[in-house]
Design a protein around this ligand. Structure first.
Ligand code: SF4
Ligand code: SF4
Length: 358
């Protein structure tokens, strides 16, 4: 992929958010091939990659978004959503600018579609970890826009966070390269939520990408020992065909296992799809039920506060195990040895519940 024409101006990078990129190779005639994500942009000297976060200066690749934080907040882990990982905990959550996808429904388009720029206003990794501790968070989450845009920063933050006993995770479209995923795991990443977008045609047409690396990364993440949860944002007339939902459910089951949580979440109008209606509740409910029939044990509805399908039930006896109201835990009955209190079925939950409200 040749970007920005063939003779771009030389770009001078000097600010604090500029750092050498980790994954790239020289590709001749001054060009470099970026290896952070599966776009694998071929970037001419003086040019930048598709996402706008990476520049080629004299055949060296640089990120311009290191520590450049567009958004920061403290979120319940249920908001990621991660339902089977330290339920009730709080994650210091950050994002930067830019994205490697083109989703027209993007809820975070104000940062994902904004042109990244170099800046001196960065949060150093140590300061970010300190902030997480001061705010009494249990972990750090890279989210909002695609966190692969912060790869180099994550590789510095995660080891520091792990030393302080914090968990680290990505809320991602899953399109990083396998090398990037391995580096993140080596640095201390514990968990990943992957938004798979839909079937092959949806990913190609709307996101400008291929689904193959996404599913490869879901399998690789499991192999590397990460906790994995999957999201399917169900959008009217885009990916709400029930056969497509069933296909996604089968792929989750076959790639990551029947105990992998699948969140089927409600679309709300945003960005270029401001005139599309929210997903009908009946469509979401039917999708959850069909996904369960494909053999997944934990299928949830998302973005519908107070719905019974927000709750975790025992896959064997249907006992209510975790009750949620939006992002709040209201009941937790799994035994300390992670079993259903009624039938003894093992329940795959990592960590202990925090801040349960009875
Ligand atoms: S991170 Fe992806 S989109 Fe950005 S320059 Fe690298 S290959 Fe291209
Ligand atoms: S991958 Fe996420 S951040 Fe990027 S455009 Fe799509 S919805 Fe927005």
């Amino acid at each position: 992929m040749l970007l920005n024409g063939t003779s771009p101006p030389t770009y001078h990078l000097r600010k604090a958010s500029v750092r050498a990129a980790h994954l790239f190779e020289e590709a001749g005639e001054g060009r470099v091939r970026c290896g952070a994500c599966e776009r694998r942009c071929l970037i001419p000297n003086g040019g930048k990659g598709f996402c706008g976060t990476r520049y080629n200066v004299d055949s060296q690749l640089y990120t311009i978004t290191y520590g450049s934080i567009s958004s920061i907040s403290i979120n319940p882990i249920e908001k990621k959503p991660l339902y089977h990982y330290w339920p009730g905990s709080r994650a210091l959550t950050i994002g930067t600018w830019g994205c490697n996808f083109t989703c027209p429904w993007c809820q975070n388009y104000d940062i994902s579609k904004k042109k990244p720029t170099q800046t001196d206003e960065i949060i150093e990794p140590k300061a970010l970890v300190r902030l997480a501790e001061v705010e009494r968070c249990q972990g750090i989450s890279f989210s909002f826009n695609e966190p692969t845009m912060l790869l180099e920063y994550a590789l510095d933050v995660f080891p520091l966070a792990k030393k302080r006993g914090l968990y680290c995770h990505y809320v991602s479209n899953g399109y990083m390269s396998a090398d990037a995923l391995r580096l993140l795991v080596e640095a201390g990443m514990d968990a990943i939520k992957v938004d798979v977008k839909g079937g092959e045609q949806v990913v190609k047409r709307f996101c400008g990408a291929s689904p193959t690396p996404i599913w490869r990364n879901i399998g690789l993440a499991k192999e590397l020992g990460l906790h994995v949860e999957v999201v399917l944002l169900l959008i009217p007339n885009v990916n709400d065909n029930i056969d497509e939902v069933k296909e996604v459910a089968r792929r989750v089951r076959d790639t990551a296992g029947e105990d992998t949580p699948l969140h089927i979440t409600r679309f709300y109008p945003a960005y270029k799809m401001i005139n599309t209606s929210p997903t009908p509740l009946s469509t979401l409910e039917a999708a959850v039920e069909e996904a369960r029939k494909e053999g997944l044990n934990y299928v949830y509805i998302g973005n519908v506060v107070g719905h019974d399908y927000e709750n975790t039930r025992c896959p064997t006896c249907r006992t209510l195990l975790i009750e949620r109201y939006g992002f709040t835990l209201t009941r937790y009955t799994i035994t300390p040895d992670k079993k259903c209190p009624k039938c003894g079925e093992s329940i795959p939950i990592i960590g202990e519940p925090l801040r349960t409200i009875e």
